[in-house]
Design a protein around this ligand. Structure first.
Ligand SMILES: Nc1ncnc2c1ncn2[C@@H]1O[C@H](COP(=O)(O)OP(=O)(O)OP(=O)(O)O)[C@@H](O)[C@H]1O
Ligand SMILES: CC(C)(CO)[C@@H](O)C(=O)[O-]
Ligand code: BAL
Length: 287
């Protein structure tokens, strides 16, 4: 058994048109491949929701702000296709860069505010690349539903904003972050960690969880965040790009924990940049 693969917009549209003729609903799960349990959880959720599920695999050059990062990104199409078979995904869409960005391609989708801070500030152009390719994937597939992981929380909120602003008729569905037993968020980039780095890596998640608990108990915001940064560095992380509390929906800065918020972090462990986030409860709430 294998999952059918299409590589062009024309082939994709033909398959989707056939599904539509029989009245089927369609979901898309955008990925850059190197599939792990995080991605597979999105595919399972999509299969619960829609009749037909398209997984996309495209390592999008426009969202990489570092040539070295793009070169090092894992490419494992055959293994990815094999992982989708037992799940029952219906189609794997694997365009190449020329198909996605033919000669003369000149359009950029840019989401202000949400796309400019946090990861956007440290990866110039990254979210323009994400928004542009996600808009294209939504238009190419015509999907009713699209599944994204909370691990990339800023990306999720950026896509939600874009869909709203551009009246794209695709419902964005968020899925919780899948973690290793020690708490490390699954990520394709985890394979780059040395054994020593892998042992340190889960500290990022545990610092976030402890910090969220302290803030929910009324800990002072700035001092608590400063201590969380210090704890991350003390664990062996080389640099903390940001560790911030932001409003859950708009990702705007918060001065106190008075509404639902996210604690978000990006930090370098050796040469690997890891991101993570957890939700925080307003002070005085019980969960
Ligand atoms: N641990 C996870 N739990 C849930 N969803 C995840 C997880 N990791 C990635 N995803 C989601 O899978 C989709 C595709 O992500 P992507 O292919 O970039 O994988 P990745 O593991 O995040 O890779 P990298 O971290 O190296 O960018 C995104 O919606 C992303 O949020
Ligand atoms: C959404 C996405 C597939 C767009 O290239 C990518 O940013 C990712 O894998 O999270
Ligand atoms: N998971 C987000 C894609 C990226 O890091 O480029």
């Amino acid at each position: 058994m294998s999952v059918p693969i299409v590589r062009t917009v024309a082939e994709l549209r033909t398959v989707v048109a056939g599904w539509r003729r029989s009245g089927a609903s369609v979901a898309v799960v955008p990925t850059m491949g190197a599939l792990h349990e995080g991605h597979l959880s999105l595919v399972r959720a999509a299969l619960q929701q829609a009749d037909q599920v398209i997984v996309t695999l495209f390592v999008n050059p426009k969202q990489f702000n570092s040539a070295a990062d793009l070169t090092a990104y894992p490419r494992t199409e055959n293994q990815d296709a094999a992982k989708l078979v037992p799940l029952g995904a219906h189609l794997l869409y694997v365009p190449d860069a020329e198909e996605m960005y033919p000669a003369g391609f000149a359009t950029t989708v840019s989401v202000a505010a949400i796309g400019e801070s946090l990861c956007g500030a440290f990866r110039p152009g990254h979210f323009d690349g994400v928004a542009t390719v996600v808009a294209k994937l939504f238009l190419q597939t015509g999907a009713d539903f699209a599944f994204f992981g909370e691990k990339d929380f800023q990306q999720l909120q950026l896509v939600r904003r874009m869909v709203k602003d551009l009246d794209i008729p695709t419902t964005v569905v968020a899925c919780p972050t899948v973690r290793e037993v020690d708490g490390l968020a699954l990520s394709s980039r985890n394979v780059r960690l040395s054994p020593a780095e892998r042992a340190i890596a889960p500290k990022l998640a545990s610092v976030l969880v402890e910090t969220a608990e302290r803030l929910a108990r009324g800990g002072p915001l700035l001092a608590t965040l400063a201590e969380a940064r210090a704890a991350t560095l003390a664990a062996g992380y080389r640099e903390v790009e940001y560790l911030e509390l932001r409003g859950e929906a708009d990702l705007q800065p918060m001065t106190s924990v008075d509404r639902p918020a996210r604690l978000l972090v990006a930090a370098w462990l050796g040469d690997t940049r890891l991101i993570d986030n957890v939700t925080t409860s307003p002070i005085g709430s019980t969960n």
